[in-house]
Design a protein around this ligand. Structure first.
Ligand SMILES: Nc1ncnc2c1ncn2[C@@H]1O[C@H](COP(=O)(O)OP(=O)(O)OP(=O)(O)O)[C@@H](O)[C@H]1O
Length: 660
């Protein structure tokens, strides 16, 4: 840093501010802000960075900055963003900032044509440039390619994934409607897998890996979508400003009157699975008039519709029906889907009360008998069977006494509530699997030479806290590639040593002693509890470097957490205190055997088929009596392996404009 030259120094709200160094101390610098002459402040040496000569000038690739540091990188992106240049390269990585409005011509057909076949860096940074690079690499290297899209919720991952798909299918399609179908499938996936959250009105609540397949001549032949980790807790409960999956509201707002009556639909406030969240529909002033008054919740009537330029529940219902038709779903299948969605809504309205008998069990409230009838009818179940299966569970004694005797254990109100919610989650997630399967059948292909995969890592931001494994996998992979590149280019960059956090991953994932397995074991106990689980974790890992008790935290707020209420894990990036309240409950997606048998043997073919080929239904009878336990933790472990990342990944990182 040269004398008198401007530097970037920390700013409490803006991140960095320009100033000059007026004095140099042992480990801090005295800075005079350019905008507040005379008002000096101290800044740690390692947080002050040299600034470019002209801070208003911007470059298309951050690597072209004279000084590349955190502050100049952010400033470059900010300056570009203010000029509607939302994309910036960092070598072959693309950073994007969400503009939250349509930038004219940014994604037009002319722009698509412009990027076709052009090398990275010859045209301004764009998502199309990354898509084309992946295509050209696939062609030249004869190897499948992957584009990794990461960023926090609302950053623009889904939108840009769609731009990549559209670019590839438009530029390298065969002109058949397969290209269109791949894009058409999105509204259907979004209806069942997207929801309004506080951060994003159209948040994807599942991760996806979309493959566009190409033939020997490198033309698009088909597509394939893999999904993983649908957020299931949302099916039963949402926070006050959030909503359940769009399909529930679209059905309530837009279904024709005959369907509404057939499926006994009403306004969102009348359903437990909707009324603890926001019950308003998305609509404009005009489209709101198309929604009948008896379909609107009091909240909607009072506060008016939710506004979003891209969402409109009434109109989206109609658009979704068109999309279903286009991708080959007939009316019967469409109604099947709607019927099961309605069945889930009615299931949620079943209430339980203590039975008042000595058994300690519960019964379905009288007021719920109509709901029970509707639910049974919609899901193809016998009303009485549903009643019994929701309020008791069948077990097989395995120890002492007559081994092998089947006994019926009455459920307490709380347990019956959990059983009902587990059934709802199982039915809806199977329905979602079915939607994805059907979507995949719409763009079939006999054979493919290679594919370009786009991995949309939903909620990647959060993985820093709770998914070391995925983060470390990506970081390790990426770091290796970068170092290879530096070596190839002959750059004298020192090798960056990478801290291996395998011990941390093992602490969470190891068989038997890992935290997830301990939690599963807790769920299998007759009386599982969060406290007992937490104690077990501490006991099993007493001297583990990565694990400690909350009272040893540096933060007062964590020190107040009791030892049996949480644990601290020292992650690579820092220590995180995990409070374990409700861990046991949240880990439990278990469908007890009676319910699983009941739903797998539904009279309704569609419902029955949803549960066919399930790992659990196959051996449900062999597992007689044992609680058929499906843990969230285990699913999480399994689904991390789902995407197949091939070839060199092309990396896109989306930033929410709020961050910059
Ligand atoms: N390039 C863009 N141009 C215009 N608007 C955009 C763009 N990218 C995103 N948006 C707007 O931001 C909203 C949120 O983007 P998007 O749904 O793609 O975020 P996301 O990162 O996929 O979030 P989540 O992880 O919650 O699904 C979009 O609905 C759209 O309104």
């Amino acid at each position: 840093m040269e004398d008198g030259k401007p530097v970037w120094a920390p700013h409490p709200t803006d991140g960095f501010q320009l100033g000059t160094i007026v004095d140099i101390g042992a480990d801090s610098l005295t800075i005079e802000p350019l905008k507040q002459k005379g008002k000096t402040f101290l800044a740690p040496v390692n947080q002050v960075f040299p600034a470019e000569d002209d801070v208003n000038k911007h470059v298309e690739d951050n690597c072209s900055l004279m000084y590349l540091n955190e502050a100049t990188l952010l400033n470059n992106i900010r300056v570009r963003y203010s000029k509607d240049k939302i994309y910036t390269f960092v070598a072959n990585i693309l950073i994007a900032v969400n503009p939250y409005y349509d930038i004219p011509k940014l994604y037009s057909q002319e722009t698509i044509k412009k990027y076709r076949g052009r090398s990275l860096g010859t045209l301004p940074p764009h998502v199309y440039a990354i898509a084309d690079k992946a295509y050209r690499d696939m062609k030249v290297l004869k190897m499948s390619q992957s584009i990794i899209v990461s960023g926090e919720s609302g950053a623009g991952k889904t939108e840009n994934t769609k731009f990549v798909l559209r670019y590839l299918t438009t530029s390298y399609g065969t002109g058949q409607d397969i290209d269109e179908r791949i894009v058409e499938a999105n509204p259907l996936l979004e209806a069942f897998g997207n929801a309004k959250t506080v951060r994003n009105n159209n948040s994807s609540r599942f991760g996806k890996f979309v493959e566009i397949h190409f033939n020997e001549k490198n033309a698009v032949v088909g597509g394939f979508v893999s999904h993983y980790l649908l957020e299931k807790s949302r099916i039963c409960r949402q926070s006050p400003e959030e909503r359940n999956y769009h399909i529930f509201y679209r059905l309530c707002a837009g279904a024709p009157e005959d369907i509404r009556q057939k499926f006994h639909l009403s306004s969102p406030d009348t359903f437990r699975y909707l009324n603890r969240g926001c019950t308003r529909f998305f609509a404009t002033k005009d489209t709101d008039k198309h929604i009948m008054q008896n379909r609107k919740s009091p909240e909607h009537t009072k506060s008016g519709p939710l506004k979003d330029p891209l969402l409109d529940d009434h109109g989206d219902f109609a658009r979704m029906c068109v999309a279903m038709k286009k991708i080959g779903l007939d009316d019967t299948e469409k109604l099947d889907l709607f019927r099961v969605v309605a069945g889930v809504l009615h299931l949620g309205n079943i209430d339980f009360e203590e039975a008042g008998s000595t058994s300690g069990g519960c019964a379905i409230k009288n007021q719920s008998s109509q709901t029970l009838e509707h639910c049974a009818e919609l899901l193809g179940l016998e009303e009485e069977d549903l009643r019994v299966s929701l309020t008791s569970r069948v077990m097989l004694t395995t120890a002492g006494g007559a081994k092998g005797t089947v006994i019926k254990v009455p459920l307490k109100v709380e347990q019956a509530n959990n059983a009902r919610d587990a059934l709802a989650k199982a039915v809806y997630s199977r329905l979602f699997d079915h939607v994805v399967t059907r979507v995949n059948q719409c763009f079939p292909f006999d054979s493919s030479a290679n594919f370009i995969g786009v991995l949309d890592i939903a909620g990647f931001g959060q993985y820093h806290n709770n998914n070391n494994n995925k983060t470390s996998e990506f970081q390790g992979f990426y770091r290796e590639r970068e170092q290879e590149l530096y070596q190839r280019e002959g750059l004298g960059v020192n090798e960056v040593h990478y801290v291996d956090n395998q011990d941390c991953i093992d602490l969470v994932e190891a068989k038997v002693v890992g935290i997830l397995d301990i939690l599963d074991e807790e769920n299998r106990l007759p009386q599982p509890s969060d406290q007992h689980f937490t104690d077990t974790v501490h006991n099993k890992h007493k001297n583990h470097f990565r694990l400690t008790v909350p009272r040893k935290s540096k933060l007062t707020v964590h020190r107040n957490v009791r030892d049996d209420e949480g644990f601290i894990i020292r992650h690579f990036a820092g220590a995180v205190c995990y409070e374990t309240t409700k861990f046991v409950e949240k880990n439990n997606d278990a469908l007890h055997m009676s319910l699983e048998c009941l739903i797998s043997e539904s009279k309704d073919r569609f419902v029955r088929e949803l549960f066919e080929n399930s790992n659990n239904s196959k051996d449900v009878k062999q597992k007689a009596g044992k609680l058929s336990f499906i843990s969230v933790g285990n699913k999480f472990k399994l689904s991390q392996n789902t995407p197949r990342l091939n070839g060199a990944p092309n990396w896109l990182s989306w930033e929410n404009s709020g961050l910059i």
